[in-house]
Design a protein around this ligand. Structure first.
Ligand code: PFF
Length: 459
């Protein structure tokens, strides 16, 4: 199958349009909701260090690989992998790697949308002063009241799926480019303001900084290393084809190296700022860093409830968080829709409707796992916990491993060098070593460590 010169879905108007869209995909609930709570649950500094190492040694090289595969293939991940495999004389079975990504997109968005829905529900709550002067217990019971009501959660989940579908139907470039240009910088400024507020908590701020950056390795377990690695994939939107499909709309001339580094730095910056804003509040109010997925919904309202103009800033913050989740949600459906349009001859509109309806339905599992289905557990996890663990900690790293193997070992050096266009010098070989050896070996070690394989070998 010959690969097209240009994607049938169009192209980004500039390098910055791609950077913004891919940053829009990367920056989302993963940075502001998930990073603080997984860091809290896994003991702080040492976890953060492993996460940062994973971003640098695995995340950036795999992101470059995804963009290069997407841009060279110029189609949805399944077809891009299939035509590149054929071109390189490899098995067409590689297309199943794209298939796993499409499936991961369904799973992730189904719970992502429910959490984004909760953030939406917080916009009117903050705006109308529900949190004014609130105590930690008060904030906690307001959140519990929301999640224990399946109808309300369902309504917000539905609204989030609808706005996501609305943009995807229009086509990612037209729908997305404009909004991300303004919203990302605004979110960044508001986060800096929140860190400024947290800095006024005095001793609690120092405790927050120590919690984030002092590495105490005794707190690190095999499972928390896996979670740190999984989170690096999740936060950079890697391992499932989202960045690959955005790469397929990237103009030829753009430097893949520069864009990947820029996106990763921005994404990591937002996560660290979120941590710096949230942990001081946790300590100042005598709360638990390991509170789990409800962490931001219980800490930030306390800050907004006590600062001057908190209604306004709070509502604005949750609004921007919803926008950040929105631009990530869009990138989760795009590979699925591009595949349905290219392979199944559906119109963009019908493909979007079909995909989002299935995801909406799957989302019911997460909606119920906070209330009536709290006790429906498998391996000790609720449906939400299971979907999150399966996707972030298994499917994305496995996808990343296979992408690294494909780009590093299945594609000819001449092909990858041509696409990366960083010359044949040190930088290219640095990438090649990372993608051929460092990333795959690191991912395999983390998996082996988790399954206890390393302990067996040690005996
Ligand atoms: N990177 C997004 C976040 O941090 O919120 C989540 C995400 C988007 C994961 C797209 C995977 C993906 F393909």
């Amino acid at each position: 199958m010959a690969r097209p010169v240009k994607s049938i879905h169009g192209e980004w108007t500039s390098r910055w349009a791609f950077i913004l869209a891919a940053t829009g995909s990367a920056v989302g609930l993963g940075n502001i909701w998930k990073f603080p709570y997984v860091t809290g649950e896994n003991g702080g500094g040492a976890f953060v260090l492993v996460y940062l190492l994973c971003i640098a040694a695995i995340g950036i090289p795999v992101m470059m690989a995804e963009v290069l595969i997407g841009r060279r293939g110029r189609q949805n991940p399944i077809n891009s992998l299939k035509s590149l495999a054929e071109e390189e004389g490899r098995s067409r079975l590689w297309r199943w790697l794209g298939g796993m990504g499409v499936l991961a997109g369904f799973f992730i968005l189904s719970y992502y949308s429910v959490i984004a829905g909760q953030s939406m529900a917080y916009i009117p709550r903050t705006l109308f002063g529900v949190f004014e002067g609130v105590t930690p217990d008060g904030a906690s019971s307001i959140h519990t009241a929301l999640v224990s009501d399946p109808e309300r959660l369902l309504a917000w989940h539905t609204l989030f799926m609808l706005i996501t579908a609305a943009v995807v139907t229009r086509g990612v470039q037209r729908g997305l480019e404009k909004s991300v240009r303004v919203l990302m910088p605004a979110l960044f400024i508001l986060l800096v303001m929140l860190v400024g507020y947290a800095a006024n908590t005095g001793e609690a701020f120092t405790r927050g900084v120590h919690f984030l950056f002092d590495a105490d390795f005794s707190k690190l377990t095999a499972n928390s290393v896996l979670i740190a690695m999984g989170h690096a994939f999740f936060t950079l939107s890697l391992g499932m084809g989202a960045i690959m499909v955005y790469g397929s709309y990237l103009p030829r001339k753009t430097s893949i190296f520069k864009v990947s580094v820029t996106i990763s730095i921005m994404d990591t910056g937002v996560a660290l700022l979120a941590g710096l804003a949230i942990f001081p509040l946790v300590f100042a109010n005598g709360m638990e860093p390991g509170a789990g997925p409800s962490l931001i919904f219980e800490t930030l309202p306390i800050a907004f409830g006590h600062m001057p103009g908190g209604e306004f800033f709070g509502a604005l913050f949750f609004l921007l968080l919803v926008f950040a989740a929105w631009s990530s949600g869009i990138s989760l459906v795009e590979p699925i829709v591009a595949w349905m349009v290219e392979n199944h001859n559906l119109s963009r509109r019908n493909a979007t409707m079909l995909a989002t309806s299935v995801i909406w339905l799957l989302g019911l599992l997460t909606v119920f796992s906070f209330n009536i289905g709290q006790d429906w557990t498998l391996f000790g996890k609720t449906a939400f916990g299971l979907l999150d663990y399966l996707t972030a900690n298994i499917m994305l790293p496995l996808g990343g491993l296979l992408i690294a193997l494909f780009a590093g070992w299945m594609m000819k050096k001449s092909s990858t060098a041509e696409e990366l266009a960083i010359g044949n010098g040190v930088l290219y070989y640095f990438w090649l070593i990372l993608i051929r050896f460092v990333s795959p070996v690191a991912i395999l070690i983390v998996f082996a460590n988790l399954t206890g394989l390393l302990d067996i070998l040690n005996k």
